[in-house]
Design a protein around this ligand. Structure first.
Ligand code: AHR
Length: 483
């Protein structure tokens, strides 16, 4: 029997809603054919796919990152503004394709407004210049009266877009990036860009490009900590060759957590050494399971139940680390390794959509320090000695008097009877369980075939101590009323 003990007064901290963010890139059919498809009867008068927007609204996206990804490292934002017929068609260097620039900054901002999200723009610190990055901030954020803000008004947007979140480049540490740089060169350049961007608008929040490598992270933080608010971190995972596909996939969030803890200590150490008074937090601005490539489409993924469970574990993990993580944007929102998948005729929700939706809908703003007792397995191939078979996140919504328990049973074959004990609070006898499960780890959704969704069951006879039977391969969020 597994045991979970919760005391609502034992808090880890507040969960920043920006961890439920999404990312869209000019890549594959994410923008063209996903978000935006002017030829489609499913689109509105602005070319926005209505069905996709509706599905995305279900994820209550607080923050939307754009336009890349690798794409941004060779992107010149001026190409994507102004009259559409005058926008240049360019050879696109990141993904070796053609970019028509029919969707650009203003379309993105309008999309964010329609979705109810804050925009997060990533600047080109690959092939771009400091002037270009500062000019983009001017175009978006200054009141009319300067050359780029006047240009925005000329383009039909007299009011500033007021974009708060800006990325200082994408994965510049990687040789695959156009304009790849060493940590020293990037730190120097990012610092100067940050200075210039901040002088255009001192209110912006800047995300420094992290390297998924402590030596890079130390160098860039050391040189730029006084000017930035976040450091980015990317993590994609999949099954490990030669190991059980289900269990090796589910061990991956723990590997990521190890790194995030090192990174957080580094951030705090640099802040202390450099006398930086403002907080710096981690922006996990690309994360997702990414493991199946299908022929005929360069980057896409058909997600199975295991992937959905691993997304649930990753969401639990990020929120347990809510002191460190201030932003997370899932890569990506539509078609490219995404929860929403379209064809010209329609769309369907992938398995991973459901834990994402449950996380935004069925969770409180405070993460609690749950005590968990359960069996573990070893994933030495990932240097993770102990992976709990039961993954738990407890959150509290004081305004609504709700306690949410996000549970994942990793076991493929056995249910787990979870002995739940809630201390220092009375629990109402009725509750709900929102469940994501399926018949096999490999089961996936398709057009017209939603095999994995959410079922909601009523719970009765609850008290501050009760047992919950968690089915195998199942993510369940228990919604309890507490007083
Ligand atoms: O999300 C797909 C790609 O993965 C992004 O363009 C890049 O930043 C990452 O390597």
């Amino acid at each position: 029997m597994s045991m979970v003990k919760i005391d609502p007064t034992r808090r880890i901290g507040a969960i920043d809603r920006k961890v439920y963010g999404m990312f869209i890139e000019h890549l594959g059919r994410c923008i063209y054919g996903g978000i935006y498809d002017p030829e489609s009867p499913l689109s509105d008068e602005n070319g926005i796919r209505r069905d996709v927007l509706e599905a995305a609204r279900g994820l209550r996206v607080p923050l939307l990152r754009y336009p890349g990804g690798n794409f941004v490292s060779a992107y010149h934002w001026l190409d994507g503004v102004g009259p559409r017929e005058k926008r240049p068609v360019r050879v696109e260097l990141a993904w070796e394709t053609i970019e028509t620039n029919q969707f650009g900054t203003n379309e993105f901002i309008q999309y964010c407004r329609a979705l109810g999200s804050e925009p997060y723009l990533c600047a080109n610190l690959g092939s771009g210049s400091m002037d270009e990055a500062a000019a983009w901030v001017e175009y978006c954020n200054r009141e009319v009266g300067t050359s780029y803000s006047n240009l925005r008004a000329e383009h039909g947007f007299p009011e500033p877009h007021r974009v708060t979140y800006w990325g200082l480049g994408n994965e510049i540490y990687g040789d695959w990036q156009i304009g790849h740089k060493s940590a020293q060169d990037y730190a120097k350049f990012a610092r100067e860009c940050a200075k210039a961007m901040r002088r255009v608008d001192p209110e912006i929040k800047l995300v420094l490009c992290g390297g998924q490598e402590l030596a890079w992270d130390l160098e860039v933080l050391d040189k730029c900590a006084d000017l930035v608010d976040y450091i980015s971190y990317h993590f994609y995972w999949g099954r490990v060759e030669g190991e059980d596909p289900h269990y090796s996939t589910l061990a991956q969030p723990h590997r990521s957590e190890q790194y995030l803890r090192f990174l957080w200590s580094l951030v705090e150490q640099v802040r202390r050494d450099r006398g930086v008074k403002h907080p710096i937090r981690i922006a996990v601005d690309e994360w997702n399971a990414w493991y199946v490539e299908h022929a005929g489409d360069r980057v896409k993924d058909r997600y199975d139940l295991t992937a959905a469970l691993s997304v649930a574990v990753y969401l639990n993990m990020m929120r347990r680390n809510c002191r460190a993580i201030g932003i997370a944007t899932l890569a990506q929102m539509v078609n490219v390794i995404a929860p929403i998948y379209t064809s010209p005729e329609g769309m369907f929700l992938q398995t991973i959509y459901h834990p994402l939706r449950l996380a935004v809908e069925k969770s409180g703003p405070i993460a609690l320090d749950a005590y968990v007792q359960c069996d573990h397995y070893a994933a030495e191939y990932l240097d993770v000695p102990e992976v709990p078979y039961l993954d738990v996140l407890a959150t509290l919504d004081e305004t609504e008097s709700k306690l949410f328990l996000s549970l994942v049973n990793l076991r493929k074959e056995e249910e787990q009877v979870v002995d739940i004990r809630i201390q220092e609070a009375a629990v109402a006898s009725d509750g709900l369980a929102h469940i994501v499960t399926g018949e096999a780890p490999e089961v996936y959704n398709d057009f017209g075939a939603e095999r994995v969704g959410v079922e909601t069951e009523r719970l009765s006879d609850l008290s501050s101590a009760f047992a919950y039977r968690l089915r195998p391969m199942t993510h369940a969020v228990l919604e309890l009323t507490v007083k």
